[in-house]
Design a protein around this ligand. Structure first.
Ligand code: SF4
Length: 237
């Protein structure tokens, strides 16, 4: 994983003319604060313009939870409810995740939860209407938002990270990641640090909600989360 670069100060690019979408830099790095913990990063992320997703979303949804959590969970991006409320995993997927963690022996209140991408990406129905339909972020947007995720990992220093779904898996493990192939195993984080966290990948809870075999998908989620719970138990201080 690319090491975190420390900007000398929070830098906000300036220009006299709005660049085209193609010409815009996709990079959150210039918006990161040069110092400070999670609260400073959360405040700075509120003004991030590191990719075009801030233009239509309501607000940045930064990570939340125990700032010294042993377990950090990474989802894809905020959904409609998260965008409105400004907190990750507060919608239906979040409720399912809380229940699955509980059944796996993990108290969600002891974890830190975040997303690979911090703004909600959506489209409108073809015939018009106000409904906002989730649209997956592309690789360029995930890469642009990467500095925030890496900062959260550096500041929380979890022992185990759970990647919820393909977008989180790619953000943490690289573009060759496949949920079907890589889920449920304790994988080393490619950070280059010997004491870096392990990663366990699984389905995103919204994929469980959409699955034809919802019961089977939920059982698979629990099984993968138990791998993370077991890894934590074995490393109990
Ligand atoms: S999605 Fe990430 S990189 Fe893009 S504007 Fe939002 S916080 Fe910045």
């Amino acid at each position: 994983m690319t090491p975190i670069k420390h900007a000398s100060a929070t830098k906000h690019p300036t220009s006299t003319q709005a660049p085209s979408a193609e010409a815009r830099a996709y990079d959150a790095e210039p918006y990161l604060p040069s110092r400070g913990g999670l609260p400073a990063h959360r405040r700075a992320a509120a003004d991030c313009r590191g990719c075009p997703l801030h233009e239509d979303a309501t607000r940045t949804v930064f990570g939340k939870g125990d700032e010294s959590a042993r377990l950090l969970l990474v989802g894809e991006q905020p959904g409609d409810q998260e965008d409105r409320q400004g907190e990750p995993f507060v919608g239906p997927a979040g409720r399912l995740l809380r229940r699955a963690l509980d059944e796996s022996g993990i108290d969600m209140d002891t974890t830190y939860v975040t997303n690979a991408v911090k703004h909600f990406k959506f489209t409108r129905p073809a015939g018009g209407g106000k409904r906002r339909i989730h649209k997956a972020p592309d690789l360029r947007e995930v890469a642009a938002c990467g500095p925030w995720l890496r900062a959260e990992l550096r500041l929380v220093r979890p022992e185990v990270v759970v990647a919820l779904g393909a977008t989180a898996g790619k953000a943490l493990l690289g573009n060759s990641f496949r949920v079907t192939k890589d889920r449920g195993a304790l994988l080393p984080m490619p950070s280059g640090q010997e004491d870096g966290p392990y990663v366990v990948a699984t389905l995103h809870p919204s994929a469980v909600l959409r699955a034809d075999d919802r019961e089977g998908a939920y059982a698979g989620l629990i099984s993968d989360l138990k791998v993370a719970a077991q890894a934590l138990a074995e490393r109990e201080p």
